[in-house]
Design a protein around this ligand. Structure first.
Ligand code: 8DG
Ligand code: MG
Ligand code: MG
Length: 142
C-alpha cells in the first residue's frame, strides 16, 4: 500500500463541548480502528471548515451544532496502518444548538457509539490526531 501517488489529505475533527465534557466514539474504520475519536471526516471540495463540521456531526450523530470555532491543526503520518496515510487535521470546537439533543450512532459500521467524557478523564487509546492535540496541552474549555 501507500504508493508514490499517495498525498496528504485534510481531515476535520469536531470537539463538541457540553458542560465539562466532549463527545467521543470508538472507531471501526480502518485508520485508527478501536481508538477513540471526535466526530469528523474529510473536507470536501469547496467546503468551509464550518460547513464540514456541521455536515459530519449531523451525518454521524444527528446533532446540530453552533458557535463553530477553529482550534488548531495537527499533522499525522500513519505508517503502521494497513494502508499508510498522512492527514492534516483541522480541529474545531462547537457547542450543541439544543443541549437536550441526544447523540445517535448513525454510522454503526464506522463507530461503536458516542459518549460524553470529561477532558481530564479521556478514554484510551485516543485516535492519533486527537492524542497529539491533547499532548500539546490544548484545552477546548475556556
Ligand atoms: P467521510 O467519507 O465522511 O468524509 O469520512 P468518514 O467516513 O467520516 O471517515 P473518518 O475516518 O471519520 O474521517 C476521514 C479521515 O479524516 C480519517 O480517516 C482520518 C481523518 N481524521 C483526522 N482526524 C480526525 C478526527 O479527529 N476525527 C475523525 N473522525 N477523522 C479524522 O485526521
Ligand atoms: Mg467520520
Ligand atoms: Mg463521516
Amino acid at each position: 500500500g501507500g504508493g508514490a501517488a499517495a498525498e496528504p489529505k485534510v481531515g476535520l475533527g469536531v470537539v463538541v463541548v457540553k458542560g465539562e465534557t466532549v463527545l467521543l466514539g470508538r472507531r471501526r474504520s480502518s485508520i485508527g480502528a478501536s481508538t477513540f475519536a471526535v466526530p469528523g471526516g474529510h473536507l470536501e471540495f469547496g467546503e468551509s471548515f464550518e460547513d464540514c463540521a456541521e455536515r459530519e456531526v449531523k451525518e454521524e450523530t444527528g446533532l446540530d451544532i453552533e458557535k463553530i470555532e477553529f482550534l488548531t491543526a495537527t499533522n499525522t503520518v500513519f505508517l503502521d496502518e494497513p494502508r499508510p496515510a498522512h492527514y492534516v487535521t483541522i480541529f474545531v470546537r462547537a457547542v450543541l444548538a439544543n443541549p437536550q439533543q441526544e447523540a445517535q450512532n448513525l454510522e454503526p459500521e464506522k463507530c461503536d457509539g458516542w459518549s460524553w467524557y470529561s477532558w481530564n478523564e479521556l478514554p484510551k487509546p485516543l485516535f492519533r490526531p486527537l492524542e497529539t492535540l491533547v499532548e500539546s496541552g490544548f484545552c477546548p474549555f475556556k
